[in-house]
Design a protein around this ligand. Structure first.
Ligand SMILES: Nc1ncnc2c1ncn2[C@@H]1O[C@H](COP(=O)(O)OP(=O)(O)OP(=O)(O)O)[C@@H](O)[C@H]1O
Ligand SMILES: [Mg+2]
Length: 378
């Protein structure tokens, strides 16, 4: 078992006016791979370090498997932490580095050998056991650090940006290894990153944080499809979601999204959702992912009423597809076109907005109007 429960946890560093972590309240299930993601300074490491026992908890409670651990020392928490900078002992061999934690616990010598070898094989570092850390590449060192955490067979793995020192190729490789390792061991893991791609590919659930506060906790797919506010919508996904300021207007049974210069009808399915929402103002922000905007001639099916004139302002070749930035009466929209599109900068085109996939955010609170859970729109 390895469940973690954060109950209304706060952290205020001495001399700081605002708490660095505010009301962090969350249950981590046994075997989960939970990712904390958010911009620099949002409180990810602080949260992880409170769980590790490396930082005092200002307010609230943390439990591991129903055991209250606020005042339990780090070494008695049954956790293993992997840091960004590996923290290997330079004078010890790789074998000794991995074995050290077990030795300190007075584990039987044969058992240590068995465990170290098994973990080393799993991480493909068994041929490196006699070397010293300075004879290893960054990726190999990273695997040693992981191995050291794994042999201890902890209840919970804690990882703080463990891949950020690796180059792009090694990062992708080690990422895949971590995913495989977790699939095999099923050890509860709390993983910190500011990289949304890492978060999306590794997490069974993702916690998006901003300024010390949880913005949303969801599976990667839910987070991408139903971001509960503009911050989450813009943080997750590349290229960033398009946002257009406008107003909601209504004619008979249909809602319209309207700017000063253009307007489009929203799907009739939105009517009841908008009526049911507590949203009372008109000012909204329309959010559209780039893959939901297409050149009309590349669409298989179009709704005639969702086609609009645009002028291409920018073209970025991405290999698998091409990003086009279109100007719709001064509002900019990035859309995805086929990789070999012959559309050129300056061309007048017709584009299709899949408004059935649209997001609407309150202009005032920035919360999603259609998909927010229990959020009050005033
Ligand atoms: N020891 C400290 N004393 C005072 N303030 C601190 C201390 N450590 C962190 N902070 C502040 O707490 C906030 C959260 O920091 P934290 O390191 O948790 O952020 P992070 O999300 O891990 O960021 P990054 O992605 O840059 O690692 C920041 O504003 C930071 O300046
Ligand atoms: Mg950090």
């Amino acid at each position: 078992m390895g469940t973690v429960s954060f109950r209304h946890v706060y952290k205020a560093y001495k001399g700081e006016e605002n708490p660095s972590v505010k009301n962090f309240h969350l249950e981590v299930g046994d075997g989960e791979f939970l990712v904390l993601v958010g911009p620099s300074g949002c409180g990810k490491s602080t949260t992880l370090r409170m769980l590790a026992g490396l930082e005092e908890i200002t307010d609230g409670e943390i439990y591991i498997d129903d055991k209250f651990i606020n005042y339990v020392s780090p070494k008695n928490r049954d956790i293993a932490m992997v840091f960004q900078n590996y923290a290997l002992y330079p004078n010890l061999s790789i074998y000794e580095n991995i074995a050290l934690g077990l030795r300190l616990r007075k584990v039987d010598k044969h058992e240590i050998e068995l465990k170290v070898n098994r973990v080393a094989r799993a991480l493909e570092i068994d041929h490196l056991l006699e070397r010293r850390p300075n004879q290893l590449s960054g990726g190999q060192k990273q695997r040693v650090a992981l191995g050291r955490a794994m042999v201890r067979d902890p209840k919970v793995f804690l990882m703080d940006e463990p891949l950020s020192n690796l180059d792009a190729k090694l990062r992708a490789q080690t990422r895949a290894e971590l995913i495989r390792m977790h699939a095999n061991l099923q050890t509860t893991t709390v993983y910190v990153t500011h990289d949304q791609v890492e978060a999306m590919t590794m997490g069974t659930r993702i916690v998006v944080m901003k300024s010390g506060e949880i913005q949303q906790v969801d599976s990667p797919q839910q987070l991408y499809d139903y971001p509960s506010n503009m911050f989450v919508a813009s943080f997750i996904g590349t290229p960033q979601m398009n946002f257009v300021q406008g107003r909601l207007t209504r004619e008979q049974n249909r809602f319209y999204f309207e700017t000063k210069r253009w307007r489009l009808p929203l799907p009739s399915a939105f009517t009841s959702m908008l009526e049911a929402s507590e949203f009372k103002k008109n000012d909204v922000v329309l959010g559209m992912r780039s893959e939901h905007i297409q050149l009309e001639n590349e669409c298989r099916v179009t709704e005639a009423e969702w086609v609009i004139e645009a002028k291409i302002e920018m073209k970025e070749l991405m290999g698998s597809d091409t990003y086009l930035t279109a100007d719709v009466s001064h509002d900019k929209l990035t859309l995805r076109a086929e990789s070999h599109t012959d559309v050129q900068i300056g061309d007048q085109v017709r584009i299709h907005l899949r408004l059935d996939k649209a997001h609407l955010f309150s202009g005032e609170t920035k919360q999603s109007i259609l998909y927010s859970k229990g959020v009050n729109h005033l």
